[in-house]
Write a protein that binds this ligand. Structure first.
Ligand code: 5AD
Ligand code: FES
Length: 364
């Protein structure tokens, strides 16, 4: 094996910036993927954790240049799932053994939204107890709001930084979207005791491999527990996506870069949870399975009622628009088995990284 990979398999955090760039530049990444898979296997076994994803609503106060549900996109029919329906979907997720649920929506900061989420979390805790994971993916909020949701029973939060390069961040967001506030939110989440996740898009226009190598360092500096990242995919009704055509060559390049980032993150950080995200599947029917073989250990199957899925399109080519949750469940099981892995049913799937910190704190 390439000595660089050998070193990274044995030891986390040991790759320099140039070495990380070298891994991301490999023409033939098969050895990179194999090395990352070896680390994954040692740290989490040949097992995959599930998070059922509920897309609660698509109204968003933000106007990110890349995102299909941005405020200015008038083509989108806006929806918000009724509380009772959201709780029913979460109960289905629990009863079908998924082990955890993710509540995701556009970014809204209002008492109405805060209370809505709070009540859904409490209802989930009522029927599921503590053994079921509840992750939130609801954007930037005040510390008081994060605290209320934590008190209601959520314990994980995913807030992607999108890119750790402040200049690039500014280029893909309108004025008033603050990089600093996003970073501040991540620190707040950590301080409150959430298992904290972040992530980036890879293959953004203007992004370099150096930026991606720096993203990996950003994950380390924030001592992140989980990572949800994936390739950027153009959406035709957005300023960033308008001129970009999703050709097969473009798709293949984005997929390859997405897989390399997963592998590099696994090799650099070792014991975090890493999701093989839906964006991989949007590029290739077997994109998520490839993600698992490149070092990911989490899948986030959509468990939202099918009637809403079309209205939650962050990017083009979103998969599973018509497959209901039961069908997705069977399909997923088969897909995971097909790469020699097994779903860890009924396990809330805390990242080993967070557990390790817990032990550390208890001992010292
Ligand atoms: N391509 C890929 N990912 C996207 N997201 C939003 N728009 C796109 C896009 N066009 C991702 C962002 C966001 C997450 C919910 O979805 O990273 O944080
Ligand atoms: Fe949805 Fe396969 S995971 S149809």
């Amino acid at each position: 094996m390439n000595p660089l990979l050998q070193k990274a398999v044995e030891q986390p955090y040991c790759l320099s910036r140039d070495e990380r760039i070298a891994l991301l530049s490999l023409d033939d990444p098969s050895e990179l993927f194999a090395a990352a898979y070896e680390v994954k296997r040692r740290r989490t076994g040949r097992s995959v954790k599930l998070r059922g994803l509920i897309e609660l609503g698509n109204s968003c106060a933000k106007d990110c240049f890349y995102c299909g549900i941005r405020r200015s996109n008038r083509q989108v029919r806006r929806y918000r799932i009724a509380e009772a329906d959201a709780v029913r979907m979460a109960r289905w997720t629990f009863e079908r053994g998924y082990g955890s649920v993710v509540l995701q929506s556009g970014e809204l900061e209002s008492e109405g939204n805060t209370g809505y989420i709070e009540r859904i979390i409490r209802s989930i805790r009522d029927f599921a107890g503590d053994s079921f994971g509840v992750t939130l993916c609801l954007g930037e909020q005040t510390e008081a709001v994060y605290r209320r949701w934590l008190d209601a029973g959520a314990h994980r939060y995913l807030l992607r930084i999108e890119t750790s390069n402040p200049q690039l961040y500014a280029a893909i967001h309108p004025a008033g979207h603050s990089f600093e506030r996003r970073v501040e939110c991540l620190w707040t989440l950590k301080c409150l005791g959430y298992q904290t996740g972040t992530g980036v898009m890879n293959g953004l226009p203007g992004q370099t491999l150096g930026d991606l190598a720096d993203d990996l360092e950003f994950f380390r500096t924030l001592d992140i527990d989980m990572i949800g990242m994936g390739p950027y995919l153009p959406h035709p009704d957005t300023p960033l996506g308008k001129g970009i055509e999703l050709t097969p060559e473009y798709a293949a390049r984005q997929l390859q870069l997405g897989l390399k980032m997963i592998a590099a993150a696994r090799l650099y950080l070792h014991d975090v949870n890493i999701a093989a995200t839906t964006a991989l599947q949007a590029l290739d029917d077997r994109g998520r399975e490839q993600g698992l073989l490149a070092g990911a250990n989490v899948l986030m199957p959509n468990v939202t009622d099918v009637e809403y899925r079309r209205d939650y399109q962050l990017y083009e080519n979103k998969p599973c628009l018509d497959e209901n949750s039961e069908k997705c469940r069977n399909c997923l099981n088969w897909r995971v088995l097909s790469v020699g892995e097994q779903i860890d049913w009924n396990n809330r799937g805390d990242p080993p990284h967070f557990r390790r910190k817990g032990i550390y704190e208890a001992q010292f």
